[in-house]
Write a protein that binds this ligand. Structure first.
Ligand code: IMP
Length: 199
């Protein structure tokens, strides 16, 4: 496993919230986050077949174009009864207007057509990939298991959070305080693995 030296790290995301959050998580390790937007890096097409493949496409392109190490993530909701859908298409199910009320209704509609014994289990996945300009890449996957509730509950979080009830919990991600979600989320799980491996 290659270690990450202190210094600049490109965060290969155009989402400013994500860039800030990653900067806060890795700052204590001597990482100086640089956003892809500040370098004018293009957003590559996410043509991979799974979360890791998409995260790797984004990290490799950013490292190659910037000449700096780069970190990318890809995440989504996988519903067991739907064969893992919406999966890598989680953002796309919300349409161009990013309407997650509609995306959740779509998931519920598909679930209502699946055989009842298929259940309502789902998990969130997060892949994190760290690439260097010489093409070396290390990837980490995190997940959190739960069941989908209907109707959605709570206004916290984003995306599919209001219909996701983590295993053993009583509150959906949409009802939980942000710190409580961040302690058990798929993203936190992937970051724990990355931090343990590369610092
Ligand atoms: P991307 O990884 O930024 O391409 O986004 C993946 C999509 O997955 C998001 O737009 C959300 O719909 C969904 N997603 C990923 N992580 C979460 C989460 O923690 N809560 C709710 N939805 C999520």
């Amino acid at each position: 496993m290659r270690k990450l030296a202190p210094g600049k790290l490109v965060i290969a995301s155009h989402n400013t919230g994500k860039v800030r959050e990653i900067g806060e998580l890795l700052g204590p390790h001597g990482v100086e986050p640089v956003s892809a937007a500040s370098l004018d890096l293009p957003e590559p097409e996410e043509v991979g077949a799974n979360f890791v493949a998409n995260a790797e496409i984004k990290a490799l392109q950013a490292a190659d174009l910037s000449g700096l190490p780069a970190l990318a993530d890809d995440s989504g909701l996988a519903v067991e009864a739907l064969g893992g859908e919406p999966g890598i298409f989680s953002a796309r199910w919300a349409g161009p207007g990013r309407d997650f009320g509609m995306a959740m209704r779509l998931v519920e509609e598909h679930l209502s057509r699946a055989p009842e014994e298929a259940g309502r289990d789902a998990h969130f996945c997060c892949a994190l990939s760290l690439a260097w300009p010489d093409g070396r890449i290390e990837s980490f996957e995190g997940r959190v298991d739960g069941v989908l509730v209907w109707p959605p509950r709570g206004d916290n979080g984003f995306g599919y959070d209001p219909m996701f009830l983590p295993v053993g919990g009583e509150l959906t991600f949409g009802e939980m305080a942000p710190e409580a979600k961040h302690a058990i989320s798929h993203r936190a799980d992937a970051f724990r693995k990355l931090v343990a491996a590369v610092f």
